[in-house]
Ligand binder design. Structure first.
Ligand SMILES: Nc1ncnc2c1ncn2[C@@H]1O[C@H](COP(=O)(O)OP(=O)(O)OP(=O)(O)O)[C@@H](O)[C@H]1O
Length: 624
């Protein structure tokens, strides 16, 4: 029978996730292999991760990938989800409605990773609303997109915690099960045809795990194709799966209906000796642990006919022999039949079939919309960091201490002048130091989210980057104003609207330039430890080259100061402070300061361009 998208749609289950028909996708994979190249100090080794895995899953079905830890489930899931496409180390074929993977599939695939990649300070509703605004098609209005987010909240039973923040390692938020449901919601909001999930039940109690799997079943019943890895499902859970792939050391031990797996192993002589959960029995087998499993007669014979003491354990075959037997049994009894089945044509209209490789869809939002959504999201996510009492206390107390140390400083003598210059230098260092370090965390910290969202084609990198680098600016203006008011008032610096405004601009330029450096380091290294080490060396060099501590810098290294934002900020602060008062202070000629402004503006843009290029070159996990 040939059916169209709408027919599959008609048979929806309880969930009403879609407002538009789901394109049915039949996923087939045949002889899939994957290897990694491991580079040692002296040699390079190849390691086979997957050895010829074959199977298929249809719309309306849930396929479970099971196997012991390290058996290759996640790798297979990534391969099927198109996340390892750029790798040369893969083999075999993976098709979607008999078509190979194409970029246009991205918008039809939902991928829920094992670690929930969410922003900790956003609430459940905010998280899903931003996802809806970014990912849903342009044809929907903003109201319709927001409503879709609310519908998903209801469908996933998240009403009670919709205004609770997600939380993370340092902030308490929703529970583990709720977080997992938000992650799933984030993906099903786009009504994907194919949904991949990596261990969606890990770390959850059995009732919550059952609820999640029941939800997957309902999602599948709505016409979607669901593939999930699962570690150790309870028996109630196990029976919810339609199909099963059992892996052992990267090889296929079983593929077929989940309900027939016990009969298959029984047919090859493997039966549980005790009443046990089928999943437990299968994992024991896949691990080669046959303590509570009846040994197949061929294997018993092998032991008795003498395969050597080393290859048996207490008269029982070793895990390696059991593994070999199971792989061979599957190969000889089932594999051929299953491969043949894959050749059968897909029961879909040719037109529907080809939709998976139709040209790339439009972005869910225009560039400007993407920018504003990401800008608002950035401010919401980070306002907590900026307006924490800790930060306000840090800034105000530093300002107060400076004010006390330079209390009503006197500039009538050269010594007093030198002292006040010291205060200005400290201001230049303080506002050059912290922004570098706060900006450094940005990209390495958001790497997982960025990688996930980019691989799902949620927005353009340029929109993200612009939003990410500008959303801090309004927040950055408030604390320096507070700081400068306290210091200038206490230390008796030249006040008045014009100098104060110019000082403010100078400090602001310094902050934005310093942030740029932090962003460039963070984006090019993408590793917090390495980035903070490099930043401390750079900031210290810039500070020393800033011209206050060391006045006579050797010529061959003196150029460094021109790269130092501390140096330019310090000079500019001197110029604002002593304009019309004296011609030279501490060796600096008091002129208009245009040179310093140009240097700082160049740094503001230069470092950001560097950061953007580094991000562009960053290899995303998906290979996108
Ligand atoms: N890039 C890589 N480099 C080296 N080894 C790798 C790489 N990717 C995967 N592996 C190895 O391949 C094997 C399978 O890994 P995979 O993460 O797919 O297993 P898994 O079945 O999902 O395990 P778990 O249940 O513990 O998550 C493991 O032994 C892992 O160490």
């Amino acid at each position: 029978m040939v059916c169209a998208a709408e027919d599959i749609e008609a048979g929806t289950g309880k969930l009403k996730f879609q407002t538009e028909p789901t394109l049915p996708i039949y996923l087939k994979f045949s002889d899939v292999t994957y290897k990694v190249v491991m580079k040692g100090m002296t040699s390079t080794q190849e390691k086979d991760i997957l050895n010829g895995i074959t199977g298929c899953v249809n719309p309306g079905e849930v396929l479970a990938l099971m196997g012991p830890s390290g058996s290759g489930k996640t790798t297979l899931l990534n391969l099927l989800g198109g996340r390892l496409n750029q790798s040369n180390n893969r083999g075999g074929s993976v098709t979607y409605n008999d078509q190979p993977y194409s970029k246009s599939l991205k918008s039809r695939i939902g991928f829920v990773t094992q670690d929930d990649v969410l922003f900790p300070h956003l609430t459940v509703r905010e998280t899903l609303t931003y996802a809806a605004l970014l990912r849903l098609p342009r044809s929907l209005t903003r109201e319709e997109k927001t409503k879709r987010a609310i519908d998903v909240i209801q469908e996933l039973g998240l009403e009670r915690c919709q205004d609770t923040i997600i939380g993370g390692s340092f902030v308490r938020g929703v529970s583990g099960g709720e977080r997992k449901r938000v992650s799933i919601g984030n993906e099903i909001i786009i009504n994907p045809s194919l949904l991949f999930l990596d261990e969606p039940t890990s770390g959850l109690d059995s009732t919550t795990a059952l609820r999640i799997v029941q939800m997957l079943q309902e999602i599948a019943e709505a016409g979607k194709t669901v593939v999930t890895t699962i570690h150790q499902p309870s028996s109630r859970l196990f029976h919810k799966f339609d199909k099963l792939v059992l892996l052992g050391k990267g090889s296929l031990l079983y593929f077929g209906k989940a309900s027939e797996v016990m009969a298959y192993f029984s047919s090859i002589g493997c039966n549980p000796l005790l009443a046990m959960n089928p999943a437990e029995f299968l994992l024991d087998l896949a691990n080669g642990n046959i303590n509570d499993v009846s040994v197949p007669s061929e294997l018993e014979d092998k032991v008795h006919v003498g395969i050597g003491e080393a290859e048996t354990r207490n008269g029982k075959p070793t895990p390696a022999i059991v593994h070999e037997y199971l792989v061979e049994a599957y190969e000889t009894r089932v594999a051929k039949r299953e491969k043949k089945k894959l050749l059968a044509p897909i029961p879909l209209d040719e037109e529907v079939k080809l939709k998976v490789s139709s040209p790339k869809r439009l972005w869910g939002a225009t560039w400007w919309e993407q920018y504003t959504i990401l800008f608002c999201r950035g401010i919401k996510e980070r306002r907590h960091d900026y307006f924490s009492w800790l930060r306000i206390t840090q800034v105000v107390s530093t300002a107060a201490i400076l004010g006390l140390l330079w209390w009503q400083s006197d500039t009538s003598s050269p010594k007093g002048l030198q002292d006040q210059a010291g205060l200005l230098f400290f201001i230049a260092v303080f506002w050059g130091f912290f922004p570098v370090f706060t900006a450094i965390f940005t990209f390495p910290q958001e790497r997982a989210v960025l990688s996930k969202e980019r691989s799902a084609d949620m927005y353009r990198l340029s929109a993200y980057f612009m939003a990410r680098t500008t959303s801090d600016l309004p927040l950055d203006l408030i604390l320096p104003v507070l700081f400068l008011l306290v210091v200038y008032f206490m230390a008796g610096l030249k006040m008045g609207p014009a100098p104060f405004f110019l000082t403010m601009i100078t400090v602001f330029l310094c902050i934005v330039a310093a942030q740029g450096l932090g962003l460039a380091i963070g984006a090019s290294l993408m590793d917090l430890k390495k980035a903070t080490t490099l930043a401390s060396v750079t900031v210290m060099t810039f500070m020393l080259a800033g011209g206050f501590f060391v006045n006579r810098i050797p010529v061959f290294i003196s150029w460094i100061r021109y790269m130092s934002f501390n140096y330019h900020t310090y000079k500019l602060l001197l110029k604002v402070q002593y304009e019309h008062r004296m011609p030279v202070v501490g060796g600096t000629r008091i002129d208009s300061g245009l040179e310093e402004v140009c240097a700082l503006v160049a740094m503001v843009f230069g470092y950001r361009i560097l950061a953007y290029i580094s991000l562009r070159m960053m290899k995303l996990q998906s290979g996108a």
